[in-house]
Design a protein around this ligand. Structure first.
Ligand SMILES: Cc1cc2nc3c(=O)[nH]c(=O)nc-3n(C[C@H](O)[C@H](O)[C@H](O)COP(=O)(O)OP(=O)(O)OC[C@H]3O[C@@H](n4cnc5c(N)ncnc54)[C@H](O)[C@@H]3O)c2cc1C
Length: 404
């Protein structure tokens, strides 16, 4: 286990500054435009791919840092640029994480590059778990996967909802129930490769925030994929199902494994939005004059900024700790991963709201970015496990009881 240090090494500083340059120079100038357009920002993704910020190598570089900090540092900088565009860039990595959590090495070699494509030939990927009647309760998925032994194919049927890049992705990773009687333990993950018949986009959602990220339903109708698309392979699945039927403990559920690994990363994005709002409000408060003095000279405003900064710093410490614990395989004895996501997302909502207050009327209109940051911040308390679900995870960890 490595020592925990808040001192970034040279590689991490270089990474941070490089990603910050992209966030400031490429993302910030177009953030409002893509928020209004509510479309996937293809030119930004293309530019990111050219620079090496969108792609498998970038992701591999982030996850291979033994301190765990590279990933959260880079994500904070990207989200400081714009949270919606960040998700447009990172949606594919959610699917890649779903593949890495369950795939054999051969499957990783085949599918991971296809999640990103290459400059000039960009590919997107989507990770489809949530359903209309199964959001927080991922154990109750209704999407079915049935094995057709004669053709060595899996047949998928069901509806997924709220899927980032859903229906526009080249590759979808779909979590489905193989044996509904086993609930969460009867599920498996499947790759639906590009060009597979039977998968289509349903409704595209119009959202409150992160509007540069595409969110839609995915409909699966007699969608057939080859046997090799079952992540982890049939043998491993059969063993797992047999253990579950005997009532023996099994490895963690496919979907939960992915969510657990990505929670500090969500917290890091919340940090980026919070920092953007804090910095903007601080500068504004020094310049805006009322009653013959800068508004920051009033304690009411200065103290707000103090609380915003303290919340942000505390959230960052929790996120960095959780990222370090994950990378060093330190046991999460108090749900520290969930705690970091919960605290950072709620901090971002509060900090962005206070930023609007500091800007007054100017904070409430779209000519200034803080209302967008507030709208964007709210998603972090909802997806990849709501704040309530994070609290459940922490409550169960600290109590050892099955808190409901
Ligand atoms: C923009 C966006 C992008 C998304 N991207 C993806 C994606 O790419 N892939 C994907 O699979 N999913 C995605 N999601 C889905 C997201 O993960 C779910 O919305 C989330 O898990 C909550 O599920 P739900 O919306 O069904 O809410 P519900 O589960 O119905 O929850 C409703 C409310 O009840 C509370 N609640 C539920 N159960 C409990 C309990 N036991 N105790 C206390 N409170 C409880 C919740 O906290 C919440 O406040 C996305 C969602 C959004 C909005």
């Amino acid at each position: 286990m490595g020592d925990f240090s808040l001192q970034l090494n040279e590689d991490q500083i270089t990474l941070r500054d490089w990603v910050h340059g992209f966030a400031e120079g490429v993302m910030r100038p177009v953030a409002a435009e893509w928020d209004e357009r509510e479309e996937t920002p293809w030119p930004v993704i293309e530019e990111a791919a050219k620079l090496g910020i969108y792609g498998l190598d970038f992701m591999a570089n982030l996850v291979s840092d033994p301190t765990g900090l590279s990933g959260v540092i880079a994500l904070e900088e990207l989200a400081w640029g714009d949270a919606g565009i960040t998700l447009a860039l990172m949606g594919s990595s959610l699917a890649a994480a779903g593949i890495m959590a369950n795939a054999t090495p051969e499957q990783m070699g085949e599918w991971l590059p296809q999640c990103y494509g290459s400059p000039g030939d960009i590919k997107l990927a989507a990770f489809a778990v949530s359903e209309p009647d199964a959001g927080s309760d991922v154990s109750s998925l209704r999407t079915r996967a049935v094995y057709d032994e004669a053709r060595d194919e899996w047949v998928l049927n069901g509806v997924k909802t709220w899927i980032t890049n859903g229906g526009i992705a080249n590759l979808h990773v779909v979590v489905a129930s193989v044996d509904p009687a086993l609930a969460g333990r009867g599920q498996a993950s499947f790759v639906v490769p590009e060009g597979t018949p039977g998968i289509r986009m349903g409704q595209k959602f119009k959202k409150m925030g992160i509007r540069a990220s595409h969110t839609a339903e995915v409909v699966l109708e007699e969608c057939r994929v080859p046997g090799r698309c079952l992540l982890g392979g049939k043998e491993r699945l059969d063993e797992r199902l047999a253990r579950a039927r005997e009532g023996k403990s099994s490895s963690s559920q496919a979907a939960m494994a992915t969510f657990e690994a990505t929670r500090p990363a969500v917290g890091a994005q919340a940090l980026g939005v919070a920092r953007a709002a804090y910095e903007y409000a601080l500068e504004y408060a020094k310049e805006r004059r009322q009653f013959g003095r800068a508004i920051i000279e009033n304690q009411a405003i200065a103290f707000k900024l103090v609380d915003m900064k303290a919340r942000y710093d505390a959230a960052r410490l929790l996120v960095w700790r959780a990222a370090w614990m994950g990378a060093t395989h330190t046991p999460f004895t108090s749900g520290e991963g969930s705690m970091s996501k919960m605290f950072a997302s709620e901090a971002a909502v509060k900090i962005t709201e206070e930023a609007i207050q500091i800007l007054g009327g100017y904070g409430y209109v779209r000519d200034y970015p803080v209302e967008r940051w507030h709208r964007d911040s709210k998603i972090f308390t909802i997806f990849e496990g709501t704040s309530e679900i994070q609290r459940l995870v922490v409550a169960r960890s600290i109590s050892g009881l099955r808190i409901q």
